[in-house]
Design a protein around this ligand. Structure first.
Ligand code: ADP
Ligand code: MG
Length: 700
């Protein structure tokens, strides 16, 4: 069967070499197998025939049975069109074409009975149907009587005659000629246990379902299969890593950890923080390398969890590092950690792009000798010339896409065993989606905010009436609070955006006084940014105007108001991240989403979500609903990378969980897939590999 399904599509009657090339380019369909797996994007119900006198304005696609009475042409030049009177026993409508007149009249001679299918349109008190699909009784057998598939096509495809209808025909032919030759790809025990239809049936039913139930079954089976093989690959590679990659074994919890925990912890940990610390301890004590992702909403206290993990490394004779995505954030972590660890006499190093040569000359030898135990920095940390004595714990802050390759650069920082890797992310995505996207990571979730946090009060306001907002800001500033004002910036170089930031500065400065207002954007160099941020952190400046450079991680608990200008230009997850900058102190905080009075529908919906909830996971789910999987911040393209054609880890969460469990139990019992009933799994994996679906190596 292998060979048959891998036959080039050019050998299918009606395709040929030219169209084959075009199909490859347009929709990546190359072989018989590809075409069978080119699934419809929707179905139209053609089990019902309408009468011409039943039509209503605004109807979707309908089919009618009747006679083409006669053709006539109207207009000249560009206005020219072909019309036909089409009638059944109950009345008549007009069919209209703007091209292909000759062909149509030749193919469908007057006076005969046809089935026409299209979207009726209502004009000057009568109905017409532009460019209908036309069938004779014979050709209709393929389309009428059930759900008819519609396939995505591109303009190029249509130009060379490959319409959705043409694909229907090709698939129909292919299904006929491959009947009995498609082999099962899942083991029988799985098919039985989950009540799945056999593969050949599922493929037939996904293209030509007789009824909605068949369609449901087919979808279930095909989604199951996609997710199952994805999970199987992830489980196999995880299993491989476990046995191959020995990590530092943190056998003891010692003085560093205990003395900090007992004497210097500034607050009680939340239960969620405790749970995650425990998960980390278990991982690190196992002797295998930890690769763990900690997901927690903004402000959930990930930093403290990271610090405790780092102290655990110190207790076991290792060093630890924390890597942040920006210099601002690295500096802030450096300051925060230094302060917390000062009472214990632990020095914290800082290494960022702007660290001078002289500073490096002091820092690097101490790192190499092991005298310096903790260092914070940016990507500068993974440069090859940065040598650690024995790195045991690497914390990666706010970079959930920190991939396998990048992680590997950390591995050589320990001469003997692999360092543990702890990745922190404030991009909350539903667990099932995370499991699939970051399948090679274990996941911890901090699903609890520190006590006393008041939810940020969020409101939508129009920017043509700033007076009440300014009054409000005056009151807040008088109370000692500080304010962020964020401007969208598509690209930091975009002149119009910089201009609106500068105009904003003028407006705020004239209302609040220059001495209270400052401004930071991505075009400034690191030193300037730091200078500006310092004046805000210290409380000297009351209002910080910024582009999204402040998006991740910045922590100024005294700031209680977040104003987002042109909020309609931000995505949901970005809005949520920005809002997370406030609400970090004990005070009531506010987030004001500004837009002009003309807001598009989509943007309005996003703003409504923001005003209705503070929960990052709900925001993420709404985001996914509105934009669909694959458009979510940080997961863009993942669908494609994962080679998923039909399953959607976001909305098929339950199936992800089921298939993951099944895959894990198979790998636990038969890690090399050599048991007789698992042979089909191994064969299928090989087949997928040979056909370029190396899903695993692409994600992470
Ligand atoms: P994020 O998860 O966004 O990185 P941070 O680690 O920056 O959050 O923590 C946000 C704020 O909450 C910090 O000021 C931190 O000191 C404080 N915090 C963290 N954990 C607790 C806790 N258990 N109780 C009280 N405050 C906490
Ligand atoms: Mg953080």
């Amino acid at each position: 069967m292998d060979e048959l399904l891998r036959t080039s599509i050019k050998f299918l009657a009606g395709v040929g070499p030219k169209r084959a090339e075009m199909l490859k380019k347009e929709i990546d369909v190359e072989s018989f197998d590809d075409l069978l797996n080119y699934y419809p994007y929707r179905y139209v119900d053609r089990s019902k025939f309408y009468r011409t006198n039943e039509l209503l304005p605004d109807m979707p696609y309908v089919q009618l049975k009747g006679y083409i009475r006669h053709y006539y042409e109207e207009g000249n030049g560009r206005q020219k069109r072909l019309k036909a009177i089409f009638s059944d026993e109950y009345g008549s409508i007009e069919l209209i074409w703007f091209a292909g007149y000759r062909y149509i009249q030749q193919m469908f001679p007057e006076g005969r009975q046809y089935i026409v299918f299209g979207k009726p349109s209502y004009y000057l008190n009568s109905f017409n149907m532009p460019h209908p699909e036309i069938d004779t009784e014979e050709t209709a057998s393929m389309v009428s009587g059930g759900l008819v598939p519609m396939y995505h096509t591109t303009e190029t495809m249509k130009r060379s005659g490959i319409t959705s209808r043409k694909i229907q025909e090709l698939v129909y032919k292919l299904l006929k000629s491959t009947r009995g030759k498609i082999e099962e790809t899942l083991p029988e025990y799985i098919i039985k246990h989950y009540g799945l239809p056999a593969l050949p049936d599922a493929i037939r039913m996904i293209h030509y379902p007789q009824n909605p139930e068949e369609l449901r079954l087919a979808k279930y089976r095909l989604k199951f299969e996609e997710l199952f093989y994805l999970e199987l690959k992830l489980e196999l590679s995880k299993e491989g890593r476990k046995t191959r990659f020995l990590g530092e074994k943190f056998a003891v919890v010692g003085d560093y950890f205990n003395s900090f925990y007992l004497n210097h912890l500034p607050f009680d940990l939340t239960n969620a923080q405790k749970r995650v610390v425990k998960e980390i301890r278990t991982d690190c004590g196992s002797g295998c390398q930890m690769n763990r992702l900690v997901q927690g909403d903004v402000g959930s206290g990930k930093t403290m969890v990271a610090l405790l993990a780092m102290l655990l490394a110190l207790d076991n004779g290792c060093q630890a590092c924390m890597m942040a995505p920006t210099e601002i954030l690295a500096r802030q972590h450096h300051e925060g950690l230094s302060e917390l660890l000062k009472p214990m006499g632990i020095e914290v190093g800082l290494l960022i792009g702007s660290t001078t040569k002289k500073q490096r000359e002091k820092l690097l030898p101490k790192l190499a000798s092991g005298e310096l135990k903790i260092i914070v920095g940016t990507h500068a940390l993974i440069e090859p010339n940065i040598i650690f004595h024995r790195l045991g714990m690497a914390v990666i802050d706010e970079q959930h896409r920190f991939g396998v390759e990048q992680r590997a650069k950390l591995w050589i920082k320990n001469p003997n065993k692999l360092p543990h890797v702890l990745i922190m992310s404030a991009t909350p995505i539903p667990r099932t989606l995370a499991m699939t996207l970051y399948g090679d990571l274990d996941i911890s979730i901090i699903d609890e905010l520190p006590p006393g946090r008041k939810p940020v009060y969020t409101e939508h306001r129009f920017d043509d009436n700033m007076h009440p907002i300014f009054m409000f800001l005056h009151r807040e500033i008088k109370k000692g609070r500080q304010v962020y004002v964020v401007f969208p910036m598509i690209e930091e170089t975009e002149k119009a955006d910089i201009k609106s930031l500068e105009e904003g500065y003028d407006l705020y400065a004239s209302n609040f006084g220059q001495e209270k207002v400052t401004l930071v954007h991505g075009k400034m160099n690191a030193r300037e940014k730091k200078r500006v941020m310092d004046t805000f952190v210290s409380g000297e400046k009351k209002i910080l105007l910024a582009t999204t450079v402040i998006e991740v991680g910045v922590n100024v608990p005294n700031a209680s108001v977040m104003i987002i200008e042109n909020a309609d230009r931000f995505g949901l997850s970005q809005l949520h991240q920005l809002r997370g900058r406030v609400g970090r102190g004990a005070e009531q905080s506010y987030c004001i989403l500004l837009t002009s009075s003309k807001v598009g529908n989509e943007a309005r919906k996003r703003i409504e979500v923001m005003c209705s909830t503070n929960d990052g996971f709900i925001v993420a789910e709404e985001d996914m609903k509105q934009r669909g999987f694959g458009e979510i911040e940080g997961t863009r393209q993942s669908g494609k990378e994962l080679m998923l054609k039909i399953a959607n880890p976001a909305s098929d969460g339950q199936l992800v969980a089921i298939t993951k469990r099944e895959a894990a139990s198979i790998v636990a019992m038969d890690p090399s897939l050599t048991l007789e009933h698992n042979v089909v799994l191994k064969e299928r994996l090989l087949w997928l590999d040979r056909n370029g679906q190396e899903a695993y190596s692409n994600i992470s």
